[in-house]
Design a binder for this molecule. Sequence first.
Ligand code: ADP
Ligand code: MG
Length: 525
Amino acid sequence: MADDVINSNVSRAIGRDAQRNNIAAAKVIADIVKTTLGPKGMDKMLVDNSGNITVTNDGVTILEEMEIDHPAAKMMVEIAKTQETEVGDGTTTVALLAGKLLENAETLLDRRIHPTVIVKGYNLAMEKSLEILEEIALPLSSREIMKQIAMTAMTGKGAESDKELLASLIVSASEEVGFGGFVDKEDIKIEKMKGEKISQSELIKGFVFEKERANIEMPSKVVEARILLIDFPIELKSPEAETKIEISSPEQLEGFMASEERYIKELVEEIVNSGANVVFCQKGIDDVAQYYLAKEGVMAFRRVQKSDMEKIAKAVSGKIVSNIRDIELGLGSAELVEEVKVGDNSYTYVRGCKNPRAVTLLLRAGSSHVLDEVERAVKDGLGDVITAFRYGKAVPGGGAVEIELAKRLRTFAKGISGREQLAVEEFAKSLESIPETLAENAGLDAVDIVAQLKKVHESGVSNAGLNLFTDKIEDTFASGIIEPLKVKTQAISSATELANMILRIDDVLISKPKQIKENKFEGLD
Ligand code: ADP
Ligand code: MG
């Protein structure tokens, strides 16, 4: 009967089939990213249709680059992306956790426990976890801890040797533009420059971009820059826009040219009189204007992108002015504006801005592949530091927090009378997959490590985790393996939500794309 109702272009999976199929798909995704978890995780090489290569260890990058079709698998990719945008880190963790929750739910389904019971149990466990996490989280008491958070996030991500420096740049950048605990990611621009070593990366209290001055006669370096930002052109008015003028003699033409030139000259005079010695112009600057500006020793840039104009304005505390009468109101300042040649490209630095509201993290590395991976690492570190600034609490890493949660959840489960108890226990077990995977990826005996960790936690050391620098079980908070609390709470709640959503589905209907009726090339091969 149903088959008569449903269009034949729709494929359908019902009940247990649908469920098993979705769970299997989610597990596949979890398995793919699993081996990248932690500092000893492996990298993946991704090659797209056009042969572009990405080598990465970053969960969300891997998932984004893979072309995934299965709907449940796509939902996994979605939560990883949400994790990335919400907290900037923990993408592998969230995918892994969701996969584990589903895998462990399967054993309950096998025991004929109804999905709604599992969903209820998982929800109870999730809420309890958030409560416990609040309780055991530690305050962010120092800059050092912030740095350690950035370093933990960057561990194993292709920036290993220089992560101390990068962490310090990240924290300084956040401190520079942060206000009342809130740091807007947009105010920290990441600029990549090929050539040199990673250790040459720096924080610019200002702005860097690939751009050269409008004219080579202009100074390439201005100290104590007074910066003017304008969004109107410094050009002769375009002839088409003018009302037609009749020119019948050479004198008239000369007179006309002279008046136009005078206009430009006056414009430049006003700019110079305002005190500006550097000009960023969103529109064009014509030859005549360039000549006068150069003559006055003004360094000028033309056709600067709007988004760059806005960032420069924030960095130098200037205003973008649209009217020549307002120029004096808008001047910003910087200690130095300088054009520098790097390889074949010209870059302009705006340095030493006072209280900049936007800064630039300038990343350097020898090749663009390394540069890209360093950028991803820095973005993770930055994400964690911004999150930590915002939510203000941290937890010990290396699986410490997961083991402690699992322990307390098992105690909590004992107080639950229904079959939900079993789901809470499976939830606890799922959390243990994090330290288990960290150990496994480092080639250690995972079963043994988890057993040891549980024992140490039973004895009351709640910060005990696996330190993969030393392969020892110790207080990971004290060893500086630290993560923002919010990364964990976000991962746990969205992994649970996704697992529950998939468990509730008992019917999957997929419309096939409409087939093109006639294939012109049929039979050609
Ligand atoms: P995610 O995408 O989930 O952030 P990562 O590959 O960044 O995945 O790994 C994060 C995990 O690695 C966290 O559980 C963190 O505690 C752990 N970790 C980071 N540094 C260390 C370390 N030195 N020793 C042990 N575990 C670590
Ligand atoms: Mg990470």
